[in-house]
Design a protein around this ligand. Structure first.
Ligand code: ASE
Length: 284
């Protein structure tokens, strides 16, 4: 019921720079020191910091003068500071600035069965990526989002299969429905098909099949639903997010097999990582 209060507390602390300030100061800071450096009220800062302590995002200790001082927990240092190699800062920022606003219209998305850019941002959503990239700033934020998750999930998906037979690898991005595709042995489609309908997905896969060298393949990286629709919860929630934000959905392994086969690919292998993103390899 109140999960969003927790999310907003995290968003707020990240965006105001609480974890960054504590990281840079290299010593624990008091409420008044943090309030000054963040340019925030002392009262608001104190409430925010104390909620973060209970969420185990911050440590609170009393210094020799009897002043309460705050420092990052191990988890905050690892995931919430911008400079950490495993930083999720950009994913959190995108959740706060974009996803949270779209989810305000989840009821409408479920009723209408379509994304909610028009209501949330006043942009026409006829061309999905014109809506996603509605300003240069928004495009950069989306790119950061797309990159930042691989800080924690990248290793599992690129080591799911032996990719050493593939000499030339194309990580698909750009305007791939319009542009000519480069020739490659392996095409990686990471969180691409979940943006699109079955029909558009098969269209794209067939175009890839055409450019793919014989013996080559395609590696899909997506958050897979179980075959009986019972979970995982993260994939189910992401599928709702695809409803409010895109033209696609999260799918089961059997759905991806069907789309791959329809485009000509065979030998579909599924690898469940047990984390957010799974891997599917198919061959031409
Ligand atoms: C897309 C991926 C995402 C398009 C829009 C998106 C993500 C968020 N918005 O290809 C990343 C996955 N996270 C969620 C909450 O779905």
């Amino acid at each position: 019921m109140e999960g969003f209060l927790v999310s907003k507390t995290l968003f707020c602390a990240c965006e105001l720079g609480v974890f960054e300030q504590l990281h840079e100061s290299q010593r624990p800071l008091s409420v008044s020191e943090l309030a000054v450096s963040l340019g925030c009220s002392e009262d608001g800062t104190e409430r925010l910091l104390n909620a973060c302590v209970s969420l185990e995002l911050l440590n609170a200790n009393t210094d020799p003068h009897g002043t309460v001082v705050y420092s990052n927990t191990e988890m905050s240092s690892v995931f919430l500071t911008k400079s950490s190699p495993t930083s999720l800062f950009h994913s959190i920022e995108y959740s706060s600035r974009t996803i949270y606003l779209c989810w305000h219209y989840l009821n409408d998305a479920v009723r209408e069965g379509k994304n909610q850019y028009e209501k949330a941002f006043g942009v026409n959503s006829k061309d999905l990526f014109e809506a996603l990239y509605r300003s240069d700033e928004e495009m950069v934020k989306f790119m950061h989002l797309m990159n930042s998750i691989w800080n924690i999930c990248g290793r599992d998906v690129v080591t799911a299969f032996d990719l050493s037979p593939f000499r030339c690898i194309c990580d698909l991005g750009g305007d791939f429905f319009k542009d000519e595709l480069p020739q490659a042995d392996l095409y990686i489609l990471a969180r691409i098909l979940h943006d699109w309908t079955d029909q558009r997905s098969v269209e794209l896969l067939a175009k890839i099949y055409h450019s793919c060298r014989p013996g080559g393949g395609v590696l899909l990286v997506e958050s897979l639903l179980y075959e009986d629709d019972s979970g995982p919860l993260t994939a189910q929630l992401y599928s709702l997010n695809m409803l409010v934000q895109t033209e696609g959905r999260e799918r089961k392994a059997s759905d991806y097999s069907r789309l791959l086969n329809a485009a000509g690919f065979t030998h579909v292998h599924i690898h469940h990582t047990g984390k957010i993103y799974d891997a599917i390899l198919a061959r031409k």
